[in-house]
Every structure is written in C-alpha cells, then in structure tokens.
Design a protein around this ligand. Structure first.
Ligand code: GLU
Length: 295
C-alpha cells in the first residue's frame, strides 16, 4: 500500500473563514486539503484486486452527498464537492495514484447508496453512511472513520428542547436513513424526504417544527443559518460512518482501513476534519478505532 502523504494546503479553506463566517456552504474558493498522490501506485497492489484495476485506470467514481455542508457539499457551479467525506475520498484515491481532479464525484442520496454500490454505478460511497448490520448484508462498509449521533434541528425561537417535546408530532428526515427509523422508535411521526436540504427548508418555512439526523449534518445547516436554526437534545444514537464498497471486491476493506489508519496517524485525517466539519463548530474528536474486516 502506498502512503498518501499529506500536505497542508488548505489555506483557501481556512482563510475563507468557513461555514460560520461566510454564511454560505463554506466552499467559496475552497479546494479542500491537498493530498500528495502516490507514484507508481499500481505496482503496490496484487493482480486481480479492485485497487490495482482502479490504479491502472487512473479514475475512480465516488458517491458523496452534495447538499450537506461540512460533510459533502457541491454548489451548482462548483467543479467538485467539499466536506469531510470528499476529503476521505481524496485520501483513498491518492493512495491509488489518482489525483483529486481524476475523481468522478457522483451525487448519492441516502436511499440509493446500497443500489449504487450493488450496480457498480460507484466504486465507493462516502456519504454520512452509518455502518449497520442490515447494510452490511448487501454492501461492504469499512470503518468507522467518524462517529456522530442523532439530534434535532429546530428554529432558533423554538421551545423544543427534549425528545419528549416531539413525541406524537411530525419530524422530518430522509427516506432510507437510520434517522427516520430512530425517530419513529422515539415516538415521533416521521416524514421522509429525499434529501436533508429539502427537510431543512420545511423547518425554515415552518411546515414542520423539527428535523432529525446526525448531529454533524445538523451543525452544518445550523452554521449556515445561525440566526434561524439551532441544534438541540443530546445525541440519542450512535452513527458510525463507514466507507461503502461492493461485496464483489472484499479486498477493498483492508485497503480502506489501512489507508485511513495511516491518515489518522500522520495528521491528514485531523487536518481534513478541521478544514471541513471543524468549520461548522464540531470539535475535532479522537479518530475512532476501526472495525476488523470480515475474514
Ligand atoms: N448516518 C445516517 C444514515 O446513514 C443518517 C445520515 C444520512 O442519511 O446520510 O442513514
């Protein structure tokens, strides 16, 4: 495995002031963190592995979110998405000798992540994708590379400050997410949309009083709309973000784990976090220990 050596060149991101200061999705001039691309990467992988194929092709298709500031965001006129998930994608691609500009970014929504992996539409999914036993039945998930937990997003003047306050009321979230199932289990009436940005609009325009998903996602929206929105309640679930891959290429698991572990050790993970989620006010955590890959 090649080492995707990291070099901090995220001045544009940091100087842009990030989400909180810009009041937009934080990607003005932001190119993210510059990752040094491995040379002769194909030589490092065994014949017949998906990694070798990708390294030889020099292109990889990665599914990310396009509407979640801090996690994965791409404005209509932007060339590439920015956020912690694309940064993880760039670290993985660099290890295959693939530069950021040679990554094909494909928008995934929560509900099509497994289908996209199963059909080969994407090589990897890095899209606020919680590891679950059910998902691991149909796709591979390596990680976790980050752990967050479900909370609520409400208007700044809302009195909602506990889960009891939303029992029996309509709370929006996204179809195909763990969030929708979890909030139903908490006794709220779930209302599923395709994307979280649609859901935020419902809260902003008063159609619903609360939305729910992972705190890391909600903090991105709150940072964008600091005067209108706030995140409430202690996290009531554990969401362990994994990198999705096809079960037809099980060898990808150990490569993903090893590459991310190196990034955690050499500071690349940390810098990527600070340049993205860190800008929406999420404190940089200790990187989580990752699961062992299936034998
Ligand atoms: N992490 C949760 C999930 O994978 C919620 C966020 C999302 O839908 O992307 O279902």
């Amino acid at each position: 495995m090649r080492h995707a050596r990291f070099r901090m060149a995220a001045a544009a991101v940091l100087l842009a002031g990030g989400l909180a200061a810009c009041g937009d999705a934080g990607n003005d001039d932001a190119e993210g963190v510059d990752v040094e691309v491995a040379e002769n990467a194909a030589d490092e992988f065994d014949d017949g592995t998906r990694m070798k194929e990708l390294a030889e092709d020099g292109n990889i298709v990665i599914g990310v979110k396009f509407d979640q500031p801090g996690i994965g965001f791409k404005g209509a006129t932007d060339d590439a998405p920015v956020g912690f998930d694309p940064e993880i994608g760039k670290i993985l691609a660099a290890d295959l000798g693939i530069a950021a500009e040679d990554i094909t970014w494909k928008e995934t929504i929560s509900d099509n992540r497994e289908p996209f992996l199963e059909s080969g539409e994407v090589d990897l999914v890095i899209a606020s994708y919680s590891i679950t036993d059910e998902r691991r039945e149909v796709v591979g998930q390596a990680g976790p590379y980050y752990v967050t937990g479900q909370q609520l997003l409400v208007r700044s003047d809302s009195d909602i400050d506990s889960l009891d306050d939303v029992k029996g009321t309509e709370v929006c979230s996204v179809t195909g997410s763990t969030s929708l199932e979890n909030i139903e289990a908490e006794g709220a009436r779930p209302r599923g949309f395709d994307t979280y940005s649609e859901c935020v609009d419902q809260v902003l325009n008063g159609t619903v009083d609360a939305m729910t998903t992972d705190g890391a996602i909600l903090l991105g929206y709150a940072a964008e709309n600091a005067d209108q929105l706030k995140v409430v309640v202690e996290p009531f679930s554990e969401e362990r973000y994994g990198v999705g891959y096809s079960l037809e290429a099980p060898e990808m698991c150990q490569w993903i784990v090893d590459t991310i572990t190196e990034a955690q050790e050499d500071g690349a993970w940390d810098e990527a976090f600070q340049a993205t989620l860190g800008q929406s006010g999420v404190e940089t955590p200790e990187p989580p220990a990752m699961d062992e890959c299936p034998a």
